[in-house]
Design a protein around this ligand. Structure first.
Ligand code: ADP
Length: 504
């Protein structure tokens, strides 16, 4: 079955049909039982009426039976017979020998065989038993037997019966009726189910059309209509909308990323071209040619850096950012980057300190962690003016180790802070590009990725004009937690005191 609509239709039609069949059988059973009860009551009433008439006749003191013909045996008196004739349906009055004293008009209308059969059955009927069905050739009777309490009258029992032929629908008739009606019910139920299923699935069809209309990144702004109900389809539409929104965000980011990357590559390429043209030009001194080639070399190095960063991020996006995990002792690593920081700081006229350093070993990639720490350090030095301070620290917490870089530099505006980890984001593009060490705005994105790939995090707090603190938190391997490591001696650069009054 190809569509849900067709499946729903057949299932619904089958269920309806089955229910109808069960309903018919139950109804048949219930009706049969109630008709049986009614017939039994009727027959009992006839018998009781006959007994009443006999009782009244007895009160007159006259005999109730006469023997007109010894061959036939006793019969009820003509007077009593006249009275009994008023009772409709089948009534037989029997004496204690089982002889029939009276046959009602309906009995007398039966064929001889049926009459014989009925009187035979009447003799066999046990008084007090529930009613019994007797099949005659012309009719089907439901009969009851009631005793005459006073035996002295010669009357022993009254047997009364009512016709049950029309009252009962036999199972064959039921099946025949079902066979006639069922195709109609089936057609109606299939039609009904088809219409209902179609109506229920119409929103799904609409949804399919809407989703099909979203063909490329440009149509991702479209959203599916969401009804204000809480049914499954409304939830599906809401969920799909959320997914489309996420896709739209990713597509947007991808577009921006490509545009930014091309833009970043365009400028160094233009400079490179101008330099090469300048160097190749016949005019100019060899010194000028050398200067042009040197600039070209710098731009080439810048581009190589950019391409390297882009490659790293592309690998990270693809999940191909392999970490060579090994136990990394943090203390020697931080001392190593600190030494580099001191040299860089000296060039920039800054004081670099390492007031807190504690021992800890993490599971990680030493080269990547070094890259991460140096990124933060070079940023701190880049964005801190001469005479400023940069403070590194490595401290061990309960289940993590934190490395932080705090500077007294230019800081980041509160409005900009949420974007610092975004790719190609720079607080001031023009200045960054113009400055000799201007970056591409990819360093922090890569740094954050490295921290996260280690199961850790990179966070920033900053105040414009007061400085920034970037903190890397890395989890300690299981079993390494709790403060086993002893703090190592604080290290100071240029004899500067670690006052700790950085950004707040
Ligand atoms: P860039 O290569 O431009 O430094 P990053 O991703 O490392 O790229 O940094 C993004 C931006 O965040 C920088 O351009 C700068 O505006 C801001 N930033 C980063 N670190 C600091 C810092 N220590 N102090 C002030 N601003 C910073």
């Amino acid at each position: 079955m190809s569509s849900i609509r067709a499946r729903l239709t057949t299932t619904y039609a089958a269920a309806l049909f089955g229910t109808m069949a069960v309903f018919a059988v139950v109804l048949y059973g219930a009706r049969r039982a109630s008709v049986y009860r009614d017939l039994q009551d009727n027959a009992t009433r006839r018998a009781d009426l006959a007994l009443q008439i006999i009782a009244q006749a007895k009160e007159t003191g006259d005999p109730l039976t006469v023997v007109r013909d010894p061959l036939i045996g006793p019969t009820v008196t003509p007077r009593l017979k006249t009275l009994l004739e008023g009772i409709p349906d089948f009534v037989l009055v029997l004496d204690s020998y089982g002889r029939t004293l009276y046959n009602s008009f309906a009995v007398r209308q039966l064929s001889d065989n049926d009459q014989l059969k009925l009187s035979q059955e009447a003799i066999d009927l046990v008084t007090g038993e529930p009613a019994q069905l007797i099949e005659l050739s012309s009719d089907r009777l439901l009969v009851v037997s009631r005793p005459e309490p006073d035996r002295g009258t010669g009357v022993a029992r009254v047997v009364a019966g009512v016709s049950a032929t029309n009252a009962f629908l036999n199972p064959g008739e039921l099946v025949a009726t079902m066979l006639v009606i069922s195709p109609i019910i089936l057609v109606l139920s299939i039609f009904g189910a088809y219409v209902i299923a179609g109506r229920a699935l119409r929103p799904v069809d609409r949804m399919v059309d809407e989703v099909a209309a979203i063909r490329d990144g440009r149509s991702l702004h479209r959203r599916l209509p969401v009804t204000d109900t809480t049914d499954e389809l409304a939830r599906l539409a809401a969920t799909l909308n959320e997914m489309i929104e996420r896709l739209e965000t990713s597509f947007g980011a991808l577009r921006r990323f490509t545009a930014d990357a091309s833009h970043e590559l365009k400028t160094p390429l233009a400079v490179l071209r101008a330099d090469v043209e300048r160097a190749m030009g016949g005019t100019g001194t060899s010194n000028e040619h050398l200067a042009a080639l040197e600039e070209a070399l710098q731009e080439t190095a810048r581009m190589a850096d950019l391409v390297e960063s882009l490659l790293t991020l592309a690998r990270a996006d693809e999940g191909r950012f392999d970490l060579h995990r090994e136990p990394v002792e943090m203390e020697p690593l931080v001392r190593e980057v600190y030494e580099t920081a001191v040299i860089l700081g000296e060039h920039a006229g800054l004081t670099v300190t390492l007031p807190v350093i504690e021992e800890a070993t993490v599971q990680g990639d030493r080269t990547r962690l070094r890259q991460l720490f140096l990124n933060l350090i070079t940023n701190a030095i880049k964005y801190t003016g001469r005479g400023g301070r940069v403070e590194l620290s490595l401290s061990r917490r309960l289940d993590s180790v934190t490395f932080s870089v705090r500077d007294t530099g230019i800081g980041i505006a509160a409005a900009d802070l949420p974007f610092v980890f975004e790719r190609f984001w720079r607080a001031d593009r023009a200045r960054s590009r113009a400055s000799e060490r201007g970056g591409f705005g990819l360093g922090l994105a890569i740094s954050q990725y490295i921290a996260q790939a280690h199961g850790g995090s990179l966070t920033a707090i900053s105040r414009l004009g007061r400085g920034s603190t970037f903190t890397v938190s890395l989890p300690l391997p299981v079993g390494e937690e709790a403060g086993e490591g002893e703090p190592a001696a604080p290290v100071e650069a240029h004899g500067a005191a670690s006052t700790g009054d950085g950004p707040d």
